[in-house]
Design a protein around this ligand. Structure first.
Ligand code: ZN
Length: 192
């Protein structure tokens, strides 16, 4: 069961989880990752609900804190994110646009499409994102720190932009090395 909060009105919607499916995460070199994804125009659509459910299921299983549809081979403008309780959510953003950004943050990023690869990426510290929910209603969500980084990384995916194009000091880390880097800088480290 996944409870999704509509950032606009706080209404909660629960996915039953009966038909959820873990989808294959597309990896480096897959052409779908470099395509600009198409806007979603049909809402209140069981297929769209199913796509969101599959994105959540795949993201939680990975595990990651965000996932964009092109990463499961669907070139459409929808992403999901869950950066933990302190950030609210989980979030479903459809046709998202960054309408405001301020400040900068530099942190280590990874990506489910680039297993074991990490790099330092500069991102806006804070963003305001305008997006549609599964019913097509527009809302705005404000995000800072990790959630802001996550939204920026995922919106890049929708435009066919990959973190390796923005990262400095790209390096491969084993799970042990990753855990070591993670210590003490939790809020700055994300696999998205
Ligand atoms: Zn990614």
């Amino acid at each position: 069961m996944i409870d999704i909060i509509d950032a606009n009105n706080g209404n909660q919607r629960s996915f039953k989880g009966e038909n959820m499916a873990i989808r294959e995460v597309r990896k480096q070199g897959d052409p779908v990752l470099k395509k600009k994804a198409k806007a979603i125009e049909k809402f209140n659509d069981p297929l769209l609900d199913q796509l969101a459910e599959d994105l959540f299921e795949t993201m939680y299983q990975a595990p990651g804190v965000g996932l964009a549809a092109p990463q499961i081979g669907v070139s459409k403008r929808i992403l999901v994110a869950d950066c933990g309780e302190e950030y609210g959510g989980p979030y479903v953003l459809i046709n998202p646009k960054i309408v405001h950004q301020e400040g900068t943050q530099i942190g280590i990023e990874g990506c489910l499409s680039f297993p074991n690869l990490y790099g330092d990426v500069e991102r806006a510290y804070k963003v305001i994102v305008k997006a549609q929910n599964l019913k097509g209603k527009w809302f705005k969500v404000e995000a800072e720190k990790l959630l802001s980084r996550c939204f920026q990384h995922e919106i890049d995916h929708l435009d066919g932009v990959l973190f390796v194009e923005k990262a400095k000091n790209l390096r491969e880390l084993t799970p042990d090395e990753y855990r070591k880097e993670r210590e003490g800088r939790e809020s700055q480290l994300a696999v998205i």
